[in-house]
Design a protein around this ligand. Structure first.
Ligand code: PHE
Length: 444
């Protein structure tokens, strides 16, 4: 049976960017930035993306395209009878961990879409918005229902297969999301007091850079670029032999970073203007955005479209996460695609239910004082993704080696790539060292 491939060059860029751009950019990035000192976090984040983004992404693409397999099969093919396939298993586990809490927030985008359609934000002040947000978390069944619907939607698209499932949705809608964010950014920075938000975002206070800020920025960068757990190995396996993977990696990294910074420019000026603390976390996005729409001509329509697009952005990311688990079940466990999708979806929901419920007041679903939701988030971004990325660059730099790497990124010598030496140097020495140092500083 031949594997699906992406129909066009734009197809793989759209799909990889669809995976990268999601709640990580619009929801998680502002949360992390707000909790980690603002401008200082942005600076560290951008430096990490600039130095490590393309090299790590390319490492994953190379492993995927060379083997045409899922992460576990890929390592089995490249280094049979070694411990490397464990890295693939870690990726599949990580996909499950991320899906479990990501689908909680994805579910909220549906709830907020419905609220937006019902014009339920109109005329509300920020206190009311905040109270309603908390009240919503306390209705456990509603969170779980939306989460279940979201996972079902994801499963539906994944079941339909890679090429026609993913490509179709992300090509048109993501540029539209960027457009709306641009309009929102203009409104946000022109709100009274909005410039304070820009100062918070762009003016680094170097004294704020600590070990925990470094690891949070590293984790956020990997999370946002979908790196370190096999999504890009899986997608790389669908890249055609004649595609230029380096420009693909560059476009994906650039667009993802652009959307994150743009989300910051939308959120922080408005948050400062409405008196919302930058450390407000989850409420930052869900409470601030409707307040901006309330201040805009045609705000009702923008609000509805925005939440729909946010849900779509989340969907193209959850598709990629579920695809990792499904590709593993199909190719390694030899289940049918239908049963693999059902099994993967049920597993994600089974863990995800606890993530959703853990946000209820006094739910007690917590480990060491951290809600289960936060634990899953922390485990994936600050531990599994950095570890995964570290092992992936070590594998490409030291095991797979220079010849194979160059052969793959130049399409067997057909592409002239003057920076290939620099990229390889980063993969072999700089990236492992940087990730290891930040990881260890973060643990101290
Ligand atoms: N990158 C996605 C986002 O920013 C989340 C994600 C992480 C998707 C890891 C796949 C793998 O929303």
């Amino acid at each position: 049976m031949s594997r699906d491939g992406f129909g066009s060059k734009l197809g793989i860029i759209a799909a990889a960017a669809g995976s990268a751009v999601g709640l990580g950019n619009i929801y998680r990035f502002p949360c992390e930035l707000g909790n980690n000192g603002g401008g200082a976090f942005l600076l560290v984040y951008l430096l990490i993306v600039l130095c490590l983004g393309v090299p790590v992404m390319l490492s994953e693409f190379v492993i995927g395209r060379r083997t045409q397999k899922n992460p576990i099969g890929a390592f089995k093919a490249l280094r049979p009878k070694s411990a490397w396939p464990l890295l693939g298993y870690m990726g599949v586990a990580c996909a499950l961990v991320i899906m479990a809490f990501y689908s909680t927030v994805a579910g909220w985008t549906l709830e907020y879409t419905v609220k937006a359609i019902g014009n339920q934000f109109q005329g509300k002040d920020i206190e009311t918005m905040e109270q309603e947000f908390v009240a919503f978390h306390n209705i456990g069944w509603k969170n779980i229902l939306w989460q279940g619907i979201f996972i079902f939607l994801t499963g539906f698209v994944v079941f339909k297969g890679v090429a026609n499932g993913i490509e179709k949705y992300s090509k048109v809608l993501m540029p539209l999301l960027v457009l709306i964010l641009l309009v929102l950014a203009v409104r946000s920075v022109t709100l009274p007091g909005g410039t304070d938000g820009l100062t918070f975002l762009f003016k680094p206070d170097f004294s704020k850079i600590t070990g925990s800020v470094l690891i949070s920025a590293l984790g956020q960068a990997f999370f946002s670029l979908s790196m370190g757990m096999g999504v890009l190995i899986t997608y790389g396996s669908y890249i055609k032999k004649e595609d230029n993977m380096t420009t693909t990696a560059l476009s994906v990294t650039l667009s993802d970073t652009l959307v994150a910074v743009l989300a910051g420019v939308v959120i922080f000026p408005a948050a400062f203007s409405f008196g919302i603390q930058p450390t407000a976390g989850m409420g930052l996005v869900f409470n601030t955005l409707p307040m901006i729409f309330n201040q805009m001509a045609g705000g009702y329509y923008f609000c509805v479209i925005f939440f729909v697009l946010l849900a779509v952005a989340a969907l193209t990311s959850t598709i990629s996460l579920l695809e990792v688990i499904v590709a593993y079940l199909v190719e390694e466990v030899h289940l049918t695609r239908r049963w693999s999708t059902v099994l993967a979806s049920v597993a994600c929901l089974a863990v995800g239910v606890f993530a959703s419920l853990s946000l209820k007041d006094g739910s007690g679903i917590a480990i060491g004082g951290k809600s289960f939701f936060d634990c899953l988030d922390f485990l994936s971004s600050n531990i599994l993704l950095p570890l995964g990325a570290l092992m992936i660059v070590l594998f490409v730099g030291w095991i797979l080696g220079k010849t194979a790497f160059f052969e793959e990124i130049t399409n067997g010598g057909k592409l002239k790539l003057s920076i290939k030496g620099v990229i390889y140097f980063i993969i072999k020495f700089v990236a492992p060292l940087a990730i290891a140092v930040i990881f260890i500083t973060g643990l101290l």
